[in-house]
Design a protein around this ligand. Structure first.
Ligand SMILES: Nc1nc2c(c(=O)[nH]1)N[C@H]1C(S)=C(S)[C@@H](COP(=O)(O)O)O[C@H]1N2
Ligand SMILES: [Mo]
Length: 326
């Protein structure tokens, strides 16, 4: 891969419509090369007051997935949800409980510098900043279905690193059976944390084997752009076979644990939101059916067991009663 400075680009390549694209492409190339300088630049640029608006024109062409990547579930050929819908219809209660207000409330959120402490039952606990994360290796592309427990869904092209890549780095002990996650608590920067709509900080968790599964990623981007604030900047969890609320945003702490951690929605409504929260059309929410979903920008479609990833994750739950462990 060649990395070109702006001055190296022949002017014929810079058309009106591609001016931003080229700028973004260069920054992204820096990330792929795990260059400390370019990586910092990417995040700063996207948080800068003069950053251009998020428009479809900025998006990179996704590479054509290989058959091997398809068989791992890393890509779906389903139609991708447009960026403007992914970034204007959000659940992020730290900013607003109104999905269409989150983007506006989160607009000024500064997600750099950022630190994530990885601690607990491991040999090498460590605090990672964003450059440290990028040094673990280049972000990978994934195109995943995302199914919210509220029965709407999207198809999102993420960039991110497998969570296993980070966890391996701290050398988990054999006694680590669960992983807990925490969102930033900072009411000055996340204004709705002054309300008591949820107990703060938002916390999530899963079993160690779920965390180590190759489908589980820490997302750092969408459509090749650094993650916008409303989608969980700078780093959020994505577990595509589980309901969206497991995908905790703006993570500052990851803890390896011997016992199951408390998780926000399960603690709020244990009869409505399970710890596992595996997508399952056969197990209704007490107040609505989970058999179908509204694909944003499209229409109603059937919901699939494990959100369509059953072949890849079903073995994690062999012999388990999915109704009792919902
Ligand atoms: N910290 C935090 N993480 C969160 C939430 C939240 O309110 N706070 N909402 C969850 C829910 S319910 C969903 S559906 C997804 C939505 O992600 P999106 O807005 O990027 O589509 O984020 C999840 N992660
Ligand atoms: Mo959700």
């Amino acid at each position: 891969m060649s990395i070109r400075k702006p001055s190296d680009i022949p002017s014929r390549e810079i058309t009106d419509q591609s001016a931003y694209l080229n700028r973004r492409t260069l920054l992204r190339t820096g990330v792929l090369a795990a260059s400390t300088v370019a990586t910092g630049g990417l995040y700063r640029w996207l948080n800068h007051a003069s950053a251009p608006p998020l428009t479809q024109a900025l998006l990179k062409d996704l590479k054509a997935p290989s058959p091997a990547d398809m068989s791992k579930g890393f890509f779906t050929s389903e139609q991708k949800t447009p960026l403007d819908q992914i970034t204007t219809y959000n659940n992020f209660y730290e900013f607003s409980t109104e999905k269409t207000d989150v983007a506006g409330e989160a607009a000024g959120f500064v997600a750099s510098p950022w630190k994530i402490s990885v601690e607990g039952l491991c040999l090498k606990p460590r605090v990672f900043d964003l450059d440290d994360l990028m040094k673990l290796g280049p972000p990978e592309e994934r195109v995943y279905r995302m199914r919210c427990v509220e029965a709407w869904s999207m198809v999102i092209p993420w960039d991110g690193i497998p969570l296993a890549r980070l966890l391996d780095k701290v050398q988990p002990l054999g006694t680590a059976r669960y992983v807990g996650f925490e969102t930033l608590f900072d009411p000055k920067r996340m204004p709705n944390q002054t309300s008591s709509v949820l107990p703060w900080p938002y916390v999530e968790g899963m079993r160690m084997d779920e965390a180590m599964h190759p489908l589980t990623i820490l997302a750092t981007g969408i459509y090749g752009l650094a993650l916008p604030p409303q989608d969980g900047a700078p780093v959020r969890l994505v577990v595509p076979w589980k309901y969206g609320f497991k995908g905790i945003k703006s993570i500052v702490k990851i803890k390896l644990l011997g016992t199951r951690p408390k998780t926000t929605w399960n603690a709020e409504g244990p009869d409505e939101y399970g710890f596992y929260a595996n997508v399952n059309p056969q197990v209704d929410h007490p107040r609505w059916s989970q058999q179908t979903e509204r694909r944003i920008g499209e229409g109603i479609r059937p919901t699939l067991l494990f959100n369509g990833y059953a072949d890849l994750v079903g073995h994690l739950y062999a012999g388990m009663d999915l109704r009792a462990n919902f």
